[in-house]
Design a protein around this ligand. Structure first.
Ligand code: KG4
Ligand code: ZN
Length: 337
């Protein structure tokens, strides 16, 4: 089965072709980072308009590069949520219209399901069951995954998502958007152990997260410092270390609680090098294994949507002519296949 995937939930237009027999046949990504940079964050209306400009040309590009023609397709998968309402509507409208014109089914994909299945695009995919840590700009979740659509949320954030905390910290430190990579790059120049920041909610049982207090702690430390370049780097490192260690502690607990030895990590923050190193160390001690998507599929992309959509279409799922956009969408409500 050959599926076109369309991702437009936030500030990236992602297009891909996934074939259930041959694997990934092509993908392309257009990032709106430059468009939003001068505003210091994503401007939803600008995001929607840019998706309108980019989606069709990017689909044509992927077709041309992979030598695939529309007639060969068996279905169209698109991100229906969660995400920015306007941005989702663009992708949903285009996907549904193309599927209608091509007389093939369309399927609405949950963005976080896309992220959590993304490591399955790699050569050595994880087997079910596994625990997934989903860390993106909008989510920080630990999920027990027993199969596709069989998701039990073990822990969630009570306030800011991990990526959001990176983005807000970057802003406080005067760094550019997007904040995660900027904080991570600056942290490389930081002196370890200059500061020790709290590891929120690790002193009590449970798998929920909270990053808002850590963000305030970071701001106060920055304001009380001499605000030199070295202070900025030291604080970036202390913040990053606190987030990374907090995530690692909770992942270890989640593996123990779920009784599995496979950990999947996905979403934009999973691109963070220190997080990957820390999780590698942790799973070694636990005699477990950690699986990631390749770097370019950690952040938003069309491949994960084409893959997840293909699995659902293979299971016979598709929708009627009314397309879906769900800015808020509970992961646990998805049907099992
Ligand atoms: O999954 P994603 O591309 O979009 C959402 O679905 O939110 O994740 C984007 C988030 C942003 O908050 C960004 O700052 C963060 O991932 N991020 C990182 C890194 N690369 C991206 N955070 C920490 N370190 C990184 N290297
Ligand atoms: Zn995402």
């Amino acid at each position: 089965m050959l599926v076109l995937g369309i991702e437009t939930s936030c500030d990236e237009t992602g297009i891909a072709l996934f074939d259930s027999e041959k694997g990934l046949l092509g993908d392309a990504l257009y990032s709106q980072v430059a468009l939003h940079a001068e505003y210091g964050g994503v401007v939803p209306e600008l995001a929607s308009r840019d998706h309108i400009r980019k989606t069709l040309p990017l689909i044509e590009q992927v077709f041309a590069e992979s030598g695939i023609k529309a007639e060969q397709l068996d279905g169209v998968a698109y991100t229906a949520g969660p995400g920015l309402a306007g941005a989702l509507l663009v992708g949903a409208g285009i996907a549904r219209s193309l599927a209608y014109g091509w007389k093939i089914p369309a399927v609405a994909v949950h963005h976080m399901e896309g992220h959590l299945l993304a490591p399955m695009l790699e050569k050595e995919p994880p087997a079910f069951p596994f625990v997934a840590l989903l860390v993106s700009g909008g989510h920080t979740m630990l999920v027990n995954v027993e199969g596709i659509g069989r998701y039990q949320v073990l822990g969630d954030t009570l306030d800011d998502a991990a990526g959001e905390a990176f983005d807000k910290t970057a802003k406080m430190l005067g760094l550019s958007y997007p904040g995660g990579p900027a904080v991570a790059a600056l942290a490389e120049k930081g002196e370890p152990d200059k500061y020790r920041f709290p590891r929120p909610m690790t002193d009590r049982p449970g798998l929920d997260f909270s990053f808002s207090g850590l963000k305030t702690f970071t701001l106060n430390t920055w304001q009380d410092s001499t605000q030199s370049e070295q202070d900025r780097a030291d604080i970036a490192l202390a913040f990053e270390t606190a987030v990374v260690e907090t995530l690692a502690i909770k992942c270890r607990r989640a593996l123990q609680q779920a009784g599995t030895r496979s950990l999947v990590i996905a979403g934009g923050v999973s691109a963070n090098t220190h997080l990957r190193q820390k999780l590698e160390e942790m799973v070694k001690k636990e005699k477990a294994r950690v699986y990631y998507p390749r770097l370019e599929f950690c952040t938003d992309n069309g491949a994960m949507i084409a893959f997840a959509g293909c699995q659902r279409l293979l299971a016979g799922e598709h929708e009627n002519l009314a397309f879906t956009a769900r800015p808020r969408w509970d992961l646990e409500s998805l049907p099992a296949i």
